[in-house]
Design a binder for this molecule. Structure first.
Ligand code: ATP
Ligand code: MG
Ligand code: FE
Length: 348
């Protein structure tokens, strides 16, 4: 089965072709970060307009890279939510229009399910069940994943998401938007230079006895440091490292705690912050010591992309007995949407 995946939930237009036997055939992405950078954050109206401009050329590019034609398609999957309503509507309407014209099924996919399953695109891939640490720009969650659509929330952030904390802290350090990757590079440079650590930041909720997180206090702690010290490049590096270490510590401890509690031995890390090298090193090292394995998506599939949507859509479609059954003939988007409510509904 050949599935076209379309992602337009926020500020990346992602398109991909996934074949259930041959794997990922091609994918293309346009990131709007530069456009939004000027405004210090995502401007929803600009995002929608840019998706409209990009999506068709990206679809053409994806088909030509795979040497395929529209009529080769068996189904289309698009991100139905959560995300920006106007941005989501672009993907939903193009998917529905194409599906209608080609007379093939169209399926709305949960964006976080896409992130969650993205490590399954790599090899070796984890097998169900596993614990998933989802660390993206909008979410920080620990989940017990027992199968497709069987997601149990173990804990989540009570305020900022990890990626959001990275971006807000980066802004305080004058690193632009979205500054997560830049902050991470700065921390790495400081650490590689072998300079002594200068700051120690709190580890919020480390001993809270549950799997919840809180990151907004860290940003305030960074603001205090920024106001107190002259912001030389070296001080910036020292603060970036202290911040990153605090976040990585909490994410690592809680993830290992979740493995211990569930008795599972596979940890899957998904979402943009999963690209962070210090986080990867820390998780892999600690997991190995307890006999567990950590799985990551390819770096390019950590942040938003079409491949994860095509893949999650293909998995969902394969689980349906009759492709035409259960599929919406109309389309809706869900700006807010809980992942836990994702049991697979198969009519009897
Ligand atoms: P959501 O999926 O929750 O709706 P999103 O799609 O915006 O949010 P992603 O695209 O998964 O989130 O990830 C983007 C986030 O990842 C940004 O906050 C970015 O700063 C962060 N990020 C990307 N690379 C790194 C890195 N190397 N270190 C830390 N953070 C990073
Ligand atoms: Mg993004
Ligand atoms: Fe995302």
């Amino acid at each position: 089965m050949l599935v076209l995946g379309i992602e337009t939930s926020c500020d990346e237009t992602g398109v991909a072709l996934y074949h259930t036997k041959q794997g990922l055939l091609s994918h293309a992405l346009h990131s709007q970060t530069q456009m939004h950078g000027e405004y210090g954050g995502v401007v929803p109206e600009l995002a929608s307009r840019d998706h409209i401009r990009r999506v068709l050329p990206l679809i053409r590019q994806t088909f030509s890279a795979a040497g395929l034609r529209l009529r080769d398609l068996d189904a289309i999957a698009y991100t139905q939510g959560p995300g920006l309503a106007g941005a989501l509507l672009v993907g939903a309407s193009i998917a529905s229009a194409l599906g209608f014209a080609l007379e093939i099924p169209v399926l709305g996919v949960h964006h976080l399910e896409g992130h969650l399953l993205s490590p399954l695109l790599s090899s070796p891939a984890p097998a169900f069940p596993f614990v998933a640490l989802l660390v993206s720009g909008g979410h920080t969650q620990l989940m017990e994943v027992n199968g497709l659509g069987q997601y149990k929330l173990l804990g989540e952030t009570v305020d900022d998401a990890a990626g959001e904390a990275f971006d807000k802290t980066a802004k305080l350090l004058g690193l632009g938007y979205p500054g997560g990757p830049a902050l991470s590079r700065l921390a790495e440079e400081f650490s590689m230079a072998g300079k002594p650590r200068r700051f120690e930041l709190p580890r919020p909720m480390l001993h809270s006895g549950n799997f919840n997180f809180s990151f907004s206090g860290l940003k305030t702690a960074v603001l205090t440091l920024v106001n107190k010290h002259e912001m030389t490049q070296e001080t910036r590096g020292a603060i970036a490292l202290a911040f990153q270490e605090a976040v990585v510590d909490v994410l690592t401890e809680k993830s290992l705690g979740a493995l211990a509690k569930t008795g599972l031995t596979q940890l899957v890390v998904a979402g943009g912050v999963g690209a962070n090298r210090q986080l990867r090193a820390s998780l892999s090292l600690r997991a190995e010591k307890m006999g567990a394995t950590v799985f990551y998506p390819e770096l390019e599939f950590c942040t938003d992309n079409g491949a994860m949507i095509a893949f999650a859509g293909a998995m969902r479609l394969q689980s349906l007995e009759n492709l035409d059954q259960n599929l919406d003939k109309t389309f809706t988007v869900k700006a807010r949407w809980d992942l836990e409510m994702q049991e697979i509904a198969v009519d009897s």
